[in-house]
Ligand binder design. Sequence first.
Ligand code: IMP
Ligand code: MG
Length: 180
Amino acid sequence: MMDSIRLHDKKFKLFIPAHQIHKAIDALADQMNRELKEEELPLFLSVLNGAFMFTADLVRKMDFDLELSFIKLTSYRGTQSTGKVQEVIGLHTPIEGRTVVIVEDIIDTGETLVKLMDTLQKQNPKQIRICSLLLKPDQYKKSIPLDYVALKIPNAFIVGYGLDYDALGRELPDIYVIEP
Ligand code: IMP
Ligand code: MG
């Protein structure tokens, strides 16, 4: 594991090592296993690209049957949210009457989440639960309750474990934070 890395023009330092990420996911998985086991075949909707690694680790720890599908919906360019959220693509499974679990990498402003919730609610699911590896609580001002959050972090730009800085860093097993 490296203590610091460089991606494009920026330097990052180690922030959350892999073992700590996995410990947080274990605790989250326990909670989800308890709270979702009675639901009839929940549909996990993983938000690409960022949530791919978290999703792969999380679903392997679920001890009930589930369906897994991937959608895409991006709002980020560089290290600042553009505030412009694009369309939801890849939602081909009907969700009416079903329990849907959104699986996100990180919730920052929550703009992405609001857009996604609007789109999904139109199809009358039974319920939508939100699951995110990371949350920036100081940034999140929306009223949508976040059911399952593994780690809360300060408002700083991070990469690794699925998250990128202009397409780089997604493959890193640890999470790094940008150096000022
Ligand atoms: P929001 O719409 O502002 O909540 O932003 C959510 C999306 O922006 C996430 O799903 C990520 O893809 C991306 N994002 C937010 N914060 C970071 C970060 O610190 N590093 C990398 N991507 C981020
Ligand atoms: Mg994302």
